[in-house]
Design a binder for this molecule. Structure first.
Ligand SMILES: Nc1ncnc2c1ncn2[C@@H]1O[C@H](COP(=O)(O)OP(=O)(O)OP(=O)(O)O)[C@@H](O)[C@H]1O
Ligand SMILES: [Mg+2]
Length: 241
């Protein structure tokens, strides 16, 4: 589905992402972990057209080249992301937020009412339907994060990229969110590429974990193997795993 080959991103002299290769297949949940500043968000930004990678990078999605494409075109091909700092439209209602997601992502041109239908369906799926008319900015942070997920889902993606969606939530809220993420995969067939620092959230559901350190991919394996991987423990996990 997603094929990343030789992706590098430099900021001045700093190599934030250093020649990274990876693949994401159908109906997979892949975790992306690594220390602060490892290049995780930058990698997401190159995949979603926010930043252009250096020359020579290959980023393909179902055979389409994503390099040099605009974010909205990439969305219409089926790749949608959420942001490390929540970015709901605070003054719009929950339903309007999700509707904006549907309009942004769909490959067909949807009427307003079709978009609203997709939005309602996504809110239902995530468990936010009873908040449809609430102003998004008035929601507690956990529900704003659910709304970001619903907005992504309303866009009919084949792949969602989640940037620290569990951070700042209580263990109970994380459990609910993790369940929603699993259901997105199991019931909608969507693949998930998920950056997370909260190991309990990601390790339980990921099929595979990719580890970045100083821009480089230093390991990739099952959660079980990654927890016991000496290189990863030294670079990042310490004894937190
Ligand atoms: N737009 C930018 N301009 C210059 N430097 C940047 C820019 N974006 C990121 N960087 C630098 O690139 C490196 C990687 O940053 P990035 O945000 O990708 O890390 P991260 O793995 O997402 O970290 P965190 O876990 O803290 O979110 C850091 O050194 C950061 O300061
Ligand atoms: Mg980041």
């Amino acid at each position: 589905m997603l094929n990343v080959d030789g992706v590098t991103k430099e900021f001045g002299g700093l190599v934030a992402v250093d020649n990274v290769d990876l693949e994401i297949g159908d109906e997979e949940i892949v975790g992306l972990i690594g220390p602060n500043g490892a290049g995780k968000t930058t990698l997401f930004n190159t995949i979603t057209g926010i930043l252009d990678p250096e020359d020579g990078a290959v980023i393909e999605f179902n055979g389409d080249n994503l390099v040099q494409r605009e974010t909205h075109e990439i969305a219409k091909l089926g790749v949608i992301r959420t942001f490390q700092i929540v970015r709901v439209f605070e003054e719009m209602s929950v339903l309007e937020n999700a509707t904006a997601g549907a309009l942004f992502g769909s490959s067909e041109s949807l009427s307003r009412s079709e978009a609203r239908e997709k939005a309602r369906d996504a809110l239902e799926f995530i468990g936010l339907a009873d908040q449809a008319d609430v102003e998004a900015g008035a929601l507690p942070i956990a529900q704003q994060k659910q709304l970001e997920l619903a907005r992504a889902l309303a866009a009919d993606p084949q792949l969602v990229l989640l940037d620290e969606i569990a951070s700042g939530l209580t263990p109970g809220e994380i459990e609910g969110l993790t369940e929603s993420i699993e259901r997105i995969r199991d019931e909608r067939g969507i693949s998930v590429f998920w950056i997370e620092h909260i190991m309990d959230a990601i390790m339980g559901v990921a099929d595979r974990i990719v580890v970045l350190h100083s821009g480089q991919k230093i390991a990739e394996n099952t959660p079980q193997e990654i927890r016991n991987n000496e290189t990863v423990i030294e670079a990042y996990l310490g004894d937190s795993a």
